[in-house]
Ligand binder design. Structure first.
Ligand SMILES: Cc1ncc(COP(=O)(O)O)c(C=O)c1O
Length: 403
């Protein structure tokens, strides 16, 4: 009986691993925190769009356009289901990436309704820089909150009165999560503020942290969750009351007169158009729908494989006297440096062995370089595409380089 379950596990695991069969012999991809590899069904969905129903969404009456519309509509629905958010309260709009989504919202905020902008010290430059620019432009003060080692924020230490808060719910250098995200959202709302969650690093492997969280907006990048390059803003209906219309164009209006226009988003069926100026990346949106299906259908053995691989690599790194590991617990994303060895040189040495890892500060300059005073790091970000053989190869190669 146990043997049968075991064999079943292996068969399911082998089935989904075939979706990455384009990887060359010995190639080990460890940069999924930047953009994940795309499984075959996602690439096929994208191909199918280009070869079978290449068309503008939401505006054409010919048959190809109808197929695109159905698939795009279905992707919007899948996103809300994936995040366990009600379609009565939330909308899904598409953009370019997380950075664009955050900037798009911040650039339209009715500043007279707010008193300050707040972010946290472990942010990616995407919210970090946009909050600096927001403060400079609006002359509203900016506050940088501390994050505990476990990723949480001591909510009672801060005054969120009429604050615009923008924070991540998972960090991109060690995957630490905003464990008390619900408490934070509640405190911000109670104080009359709004909160934008940067979920770029949560959506692929830790979506539970943000599921059902009623933030004002959740921004993320589909390209970090096995999908084509695409940004996503999931936003609460009430958010638009706090925004001016500051970025507008085709696809957003139902009528235009000499000096005024009628926004399509006034119709609640088309609210999502509020952030979608101009032609969208229809093929990528369709591919994103396929990526969500792929993630939802992934066998449990896939998730277990990822967890086991992360633990094994973490244990290996944590036990080396030459490695300074940033993580305090296993996570598919881990960063470290080797004492006395330049991380960029190490990255190049790994690359010569077919191992693709990132080096530097991963757009977290303030925290990693200025607060922690660390040298440039090397980051391994594992994904569902990594095999046990990959982990063995990484360990062996590091052993050879370090000792
Ligand atoms: C936590 C976090 N936020 C924001 C971003 C920016 O994502 P993008 O470059 O797709 O806009 C990243 C990218 O790595 C990230 O890790």
């Amino acid at each position: 009986m146990y043997l049968l379950i075991g064999v079943g596990y292996i068969l399911l695991y082998n089935t989904y691993m075939k979706d990455f069969d384009y990887l060359g012999e010995g190639e080990v991809y460890l940069d999924s925190a930047c953009q994940s590899l795309r499984p075959r069904p996602v690439i096929e969905a994208l191909n199918k769009y280009y070869t079978e129903h290449n068309s503008c969404g939401e505006r054409v009456k010919y048959e190809w356009g109808k197929i695109t519309d159905e698939k795009v509509e279905s992707t919007r629905e899948k996103v809300l289901k994936f995040l366990k958010l009600s379609p009565r309260k939330y909308n899904t709009s598409f953009t370019l990436n997380t950075t664009y989504g955050i900037n798009l919202i911040l650039s339209q905020i009715k500043t007279r309704e707010f008193k300050k902008i707040m972010t946290s010290e472990i942010e990616h430059n995407s919210p970090f820089l946009s909050s600096i620019a927001f403060s400079a432009r609006t002359e509203l003060p900016r506050e940088v909150m501390k994050r505990n080692d476990d990723g949480s924020i001591n909510v009672s230490d801060y005054d969120f009165n009429k604050a615009v808060v923008v924070v991540n719910c998972a960090a991109n250098f060690d995957g630490r999560k905003l464990l008390n995200i619900k408490e934070l959202v509640k405190a911000v709302h109670k104080a009359g503020g709004i909160i934008i969650i940067d979920a770029a690093q949560a959506m692929a492997h830790s979506a539970d942290i943000v599921r059902g969280v009623e933030a004002d907006a959740i921004c993320f990048s589909a390209h970090k969750m096995y999908a084509p390059s695409l940004g996503v803003i999931v936003w609460n209906n009430d958010l638009v009351d706090k925004l001016n219309v500051g970025f507008i164009g085709g696809g957003m209006v139902d009528d235009v007169e000499k000096d005024k226009y009628l926004l399509s988003a006034e119709n609640k069926e088309h609210r999502y158009t509020r952030f979608e100026a101009g032609l969208q990346a229809w093929g990528e949106i369709v591919g994103f729908g396929a990526a969500i299906d792929w993630l939802e259908k992934l066998p449990k053995s896939g998730w277990k494989n990822l967890e086991d691989n992360a633990s094994e690599l973490y244990d290996f790194l944590a036990s080396s006297d030459k490695v300074h590991l940033i993580n305090t617990e296993p996570n598919p994303t881990m960063s470290f440096y080797v004492k006395g060895l330049d991380s960029h040189l190490l990255g190049e040495a790994l690359s010569r062995e077919g191992i693709m890892a990132r080096t530097g500060y991963f757009c977290v300059h303030y925290y990693l370089s200025h607060i922690l005073g660390l040298p440039p790091l090397i980051r391994f970000s594992l994904s569902l595409a990594n095999t046990k053989e990959d982990i063995e190869k990484i360990k062996k190669t590091l052993q050879k380089i370090l000792y």
